[in-house]
Structure formats: structure tokens, C-alpha cells
Design a binder for this molecule. Sequence first.
Ligand code: DP6
Length: 327
Amino acid sequence: MTMNNYAKARAHTNIALVKYWGKRNAALKLPTTNSLSLTLDQFYTDTSVQFDDHLTSDQVTLNNHRLDEPAARRVTDFLNIVRNQAGITTKAIVKTTNNVPTAAGLASSASGFAALAAAASKASGLTLNQRELSRLARRGSGSATRSIDGGFVEWHKGIGDRTSFATQVAPADYWDLNVIAILVNQQPKKMSSSEGMQLSQTTSPYYHEWEKLCQRDLKKLKIAIKNRNFNDLGTIAEENAMRMHALTLSAAPDFCYFDADSLKAMRLVHQLRESGIPCYFTMDAGPNVKVLVEPEHRESVVSTLQAAFGPDHIVVAAPGPGVQYFR
Ligand code: DP6
């Protein structure tokens, strides 16, 4: 290859306030509903991609450890999509470092595939705009669609591959907010999001209701963002998260992403709120709880959570940027 065949990118995770929990097309990762997230500054993935004619297979390392063939499969499959678009067959060296606990509900697949989409597409010679990059990231992991942009981001379910991408609702500096992550358990989860949403979708009797409510939650959330109404934003996010988890509890067989510490964290948030401190929680497909709070109440919430879980288990994040390229 004669083109500049190396690129490195950084992408941040995002936390969904109205969640994505179901696909209408699994191969293309087209979602059943729109979703809306906030990109976070503290958790990110750095990925470099080097296409090299001398390679006979892709070589993938995660946090300096070489992944074997089955573990690297998701990356290789994704690179095949990029190679196909770019019209090349060259194999690549992919190096990824996660500043996120992998597979513990802190959305490492979101930052991971957003960074990979950015680095791989650039290294392959493709020149994609934000929407095209967002569509490409979607093919790796649904939530990665939203990590191309910073701040508040909406993923439009679209009517097909070309129309299912994310756009920014408001930039990172639009609203001074904090998301406090409580790392209750950093073990990889037992039920992946993909499997979990598939099971919820096919077996929960409440799934159709979820789709309808997401549409309503999304409308209300966009108004709350427009008015910078924190109580509305928090209420919508907390309710939407619990409805998502209700789909796992009502699936057959049932499953649950909470553990004892997640329940303890949720209870603490309720208590803080009853004592007059506005804060709300949300949770993804893992036991870690994230607490939304405005800066004026941040320290009270942080000290309560630190006392309950230990300072090492609390990370304070703020709205973060979209994809960035190195050199
Ligand atoms: C609970 O994006 O991990 O975090 O598209 O199958 O890779 P796949 O799923 P993934 O699901 C994320 C689910 C969620 C909610 C959200 O981020 O919207």
C-alpha cells in the first residue's frame, strides 16, 4: 500500500440517559428505538491501526496483551467491513489501550469500536464525515454509534443502514454536569448486552411498551436538555434505566445485572434525594452505578459514596469530547 496506512484515535465512552436495548436488524445493528447519551471525559480508549502488506493475519493487542484468534474475532470482523469499504485486503496491527474497566458495564465497547472505526477508516484511506463514521462504528457495537460525538448525542434508529447514525444534541461545554461512577465490581459480565437485549426483546411481555415509552422519554429528555432542567433530566434517566432492567427481570429465563452493591448504591441515591440533594442514578448492562449530579452538590454526593464504597471505587466524570486523532 502506498497511502498513509497508519492512524491512531481516541474515543470516550458514553452513558445512555435513554437507552438502546434491542435490535431490529442484528447484522447491521439497527436499533428498535432512538437513544440519547452523554459522552464522558474520564473513560476512553486509544487505538492505533497499521495496515501492512507483509502480514498474513490481523494482530490485535489489548492493554499490551496479544489476543488469540477467537478473542480478536470481533475486531477482525470489523476490519473486514472497513477493508470492504476501502477496497483493500491488507491485514493490520491493531493496538488498543482501554482507560475503562473492560466488560463491566462501563461501555468499553462504545469507546472501543468508536476508536477502532476512526483509526481503521483513516488508516485505510477512507475519508468519512461524522455521520459516515458514526454509521461505521455502529457496525462494531450499537452504543459506539454515539461515541463519535461529544456532549449530548442522539442515535437515530433510521430506516436502514444509511439513516441510522448519531448526531450531537448539545456540545460537552453546554451544561456543567457530573457523572459519578461507582465501580462496585470490575469482573466481566456474564450476560453480554447483545445476548441480554435479544433475550429481552424476544421474551419480555413488556418489550412493546418499552419501545413506546422510549419515544416519549426521548422527547421529554430533549426538552429537559434544552431548558437545562436537571430534575427532569435525572428523573427521565433513572426511570428509563429501571424500565430497561425490568425487561431483564421479565425475560424468560430471567436475568439481572444488579448485585448487592448496586442496590446499596441505588438506595443511597434515594436517601440523598430525600435529604434534599438532587441526584439520580442510571445503570447499564453491568453492576456499576452512575450518579448524575450538578457541581454544586457534587462534593456531598462524592463524600457519601466514598464513605460507603471506599475512595478507590468512586470516579467523578464530566461531559467529554468526540473522537480525536493523534498526529
Ligand atoms: C445497556 O452497544 O454493548 O449500554 O450493539 O450488541 O454491541 P451491541 O450492544 P451494546 O449495548 C449497550 C446497551 C446499554 C445501553 C446503551 O448504551 O444505550
